[in-house]
Design a protein around this ligand. Structure first.
Ligand SMILES: C[S@@+](CC[C@H](N)C(=O)[O-])C[C@H]1O[C@@H](n2cnc3c(N)ncnc32)[C@H](O)[C@@H]1O
Length: 277
């Protein structure tokens, strides 16, 4: 396969097949709970109660539940019908369906279903801006268009050096030329390496910042996730059982991840960015 650009059907099928793994992804182990904590922190600090929120690439609903608990009025959207079905199911079973106005199957590269300035916040957590590959400028422009002036985008993307930090064994198993194509472009594409099943654009912090600024957004916050905990998964199992030490780890993670020097070193990079009025 030689495809080098975004294929919406492929993305939808990938996440349809991933199914319930998407719901479990954030609580499977203590290291995942660290990521859940950091992503949740930014939602709780930047999404006010009563805000109208478009959650694009909402998946099975982990952050839909957080948004509902924060008092948001949510429109859920995803390219994967299976993820949307799981989101609906979790909303009904776990009692947050009343916070969701509607569920839509759509591609964030074309959100023409929504008029300009429809939402106080757009949340795009978990990498949709990575999965759209070469369409990332279009996707960000759509997020900006549907935001009200002064509205806030909260987006999480896959981090280039953070992913290398997390998957170093696999990265170093590649041939140097294959790996150099990935680090030069940030793209994992069909054909990047034989086992590649998950195609994405990975960002350096400066690139992510520029993408958002060039779309007319002002950066309010940038953060990595799990920059301290990565590589210490076994230790974290013990730490998780000791509430005081667990809370101290979370406190340090939050501060370290937002430090300029650590931004690139977690698997995800989170941005909070405001549409200028
Ligand atoms: C890794 S999951 C993240 C789910 C959830 N936001 C979270 O952080 O737990 C990525 C989600 O983005 C969705 N997605 C990927 N590309 C998309 C696109 N172009 N438009 C809408 N949704 C997309 C996928 O179907 C999937 O549900």
């Amino acid at each position: 396969m030689t495809r080098s650009s975004y294929d919406p059907e492929w993305v939808a099928h990938y996440f349809d097949d991933f199914g319930i793994g998407e719901w479990e992804r954030m609580v499977a182990a203590p290291i995942d709970e660290v990521a859940l904590y950091i992503h949740t922190y930014y939602l709780q600090h930047y999404v006010p109660a009563g805000a109208s929120v478009l959650e694009i690439g909402a998946g099975a609903g982990r952050f839909t539940q957080v948004l509902a608990n924060a008092g948001a009025v949510i429109v859920v959207a995803d390219i994967s019908p299976e993820q949307l079905a799981l989101n609906r199911k979790h909303a009904r079973e776990l009692g947050f369906a009343t916070a969701v106005e509607a569920w839509y199957e759509l591609d964030m590269c074309d959100m023409s279903r929504f008029t300009d300035g429809s939402f106080d916040c757009v949340v795009a957590y978990g990498g949709p801006l990575s999965y759209v590959l070469d369409k990332r400028e279009t996707a960000v422009a759509e997020c900006v268009r549907v935001l009200k002036p002064g509205g806030v985008l909260l987006a999480g993307v896959i981090s280039m050096w953070g992913a290398a930090h997390q998957k170093l064994r696999g990265v170093l198993a590649l041939t140097p030329p294959a790996n150099q194509r990935i680090t030069a472009s940030g793209d994992v594409l069909p054909g990047s390496f034989p086992q590649a099943r998950h195609f994405m654009h990975m960002y350096r912090p400066a690139e992510f910042r520029h993408l958002l600024q060039n779309a007319g957004l002002q950066i309010l916050a940038l953060s990595a996730s799990q920059c301290l905990s990565l590589g210490w998964e076994a230790l974290l199992v013990d730490i998780r059982a000791d509430e005081a030490r667990w809370q101290e780890l979370l406190r340090m993670e939050l501060e370290a991840c937002a430090d300029e020097g650590a931004l690139g070193m977690g698997p995800h990079l989170i941005a909070v960015a405001q549409k200028t009025a």
